[in-house]
Design a protein around this ligand. Structure first.
Ligand SMILES: [Zn+2]
Ligand SMILES: [Zn+2]
Length: 315
């Protein structure tokens, strides 16, 4: 399988995002960047360097419903007539459904964040919407589906956690198109998510489960959503799992017997964050508290509009 990495600029702190052009029939592009003129120019140049054109792309596969990966997908399919594929669990995010942001707003209140924070976040979300053409029609991919490219094929792995509809693509010779499941240098955030009825989904436990599942595949090579190719994916997965274990213990230590809100904990752990990164920090903290609640090592109670957490005293 011949894979070309095409680095695309983003206006986000994460830096550039990768799209991958997979040679063969049908010519396939994985992810498409956010919708900016710079990304569109970089795609033209990057695809041109492989001897192909955007018009030659016949299939676009999206790893997940984050703007840096899918915002520009409709531009690519519009130019090429390519068919679009994605996992339906990220459908509400692809379509930009309003309830996704509304539930996040409710969660911020519960996390003990000041209302000024929520206003700033809503402003940022509005600005981000300019970088997206909503995706409402696509072919649904499910776990276990096989995606044929010439005589070869890629297996779809549904790997929720970083995003509910996150998929990876596994090639039998040991290569993995990893999306944001696996990154070098950054630990991918299990971002807070909700079901339509407002119930929060425990994304960190899901994420760790997805990592453990992929670990069993013994991949030799991973093509991540950001940064260069990962040559020892197993080592990176084990590193991420142990990093999360350490962070969970650190959060428990900071909690002590003193009750704290999610916001207070996130502020202690990470200083000087902008609204987007604070949202990610709160996601991270709540994920670890989910695990600690599961292990019966902390308690959560309501105080006013906010939830407060306490460490249970060890017996
Ligand atoms: Zn992502
Ligand atoms: Zn990303």
């Amino acid at each position: 399988m011949k894979v070309h990495r095409i680095e695309l600029p983003t206006p986000f702190p994460v830096g550039p995002v990768n799209a991958y052009l997979i040679e063969g029939d049908p010519l396939t592009l994985v992810d498409a960047g956010p919708k900016t003129p710079e990304v569109q120019a970089a795609l033209e140049t990057g695809i041109g360097a492989t001897g192909r054109r955007i018009e030659d792309i016949r299939r676009v596969i999206l790893t997940h419903g984050h703007v840096d990966h899918f915002g520009n997908a409709m531009w690519v399919t519009g130019r090429s007539g390519a068919e679009l594929f994605a996992h339906p669990a990220d459908g509400p995010k692809f379509a930009g459904e309003r309830w996704v942001a509304e539930n996040l707003g409710k969660h911020f209140t519960l996390a003990g964040m000041p209302p000024t924070f929520l206003d700033a976040f809503i402003d940022r979300m509005r600005a981000i919407r300019a970088l997206v053409d909503p995706v409402t029609a696509y072919h649904p991919l499910q776990d276990g589906d096989s995606v044929a490219i010439g005589a070869e094929s890629l297996r779809v792995l549904h790997c929720p956690g970083h995003s509910l509809g996150h998929i990876c693509l596994f090639h039998q010779e040991g290569a993995l198109i990893a999306g944001d499941l696996l990154l070098e240098g950054i630990s991918p955030n299990p971002i807070v998510e909700f079901s339509h009825d407002g119930k929060r989904i425990p994304t960190l436990p899901q994420y760790l489960q997805s990592l453990r599942r992929v670990l069993l595949l013994n991949c030799e090579l991973a093509y991540p959503g950001h940064g260069g190719t990962i040559t020892n994916p197993g080592a990176r997965i084990r590193e991420l799992i142990s990093l999360h274990e350490q962070r969970k213990e650190e959060i428990l230590r900071r909690l002590g017997p003193e009750p704290k809100t999610l916001f207070a904990l996130a502020q202690e752990l990470y200083q000087n964050l902008d609204v987007i990164n604070m949202m990610l920090a709160v996601s991270e903290v709540v994920g670890h508290l989910d695990l600690l609640l599961e292990e019966n090592r902390v308690t959560a109670t309501r105080r006013g509009h906010a939830l407060i957490f306490r460490a249970k005293s060890p017996r």
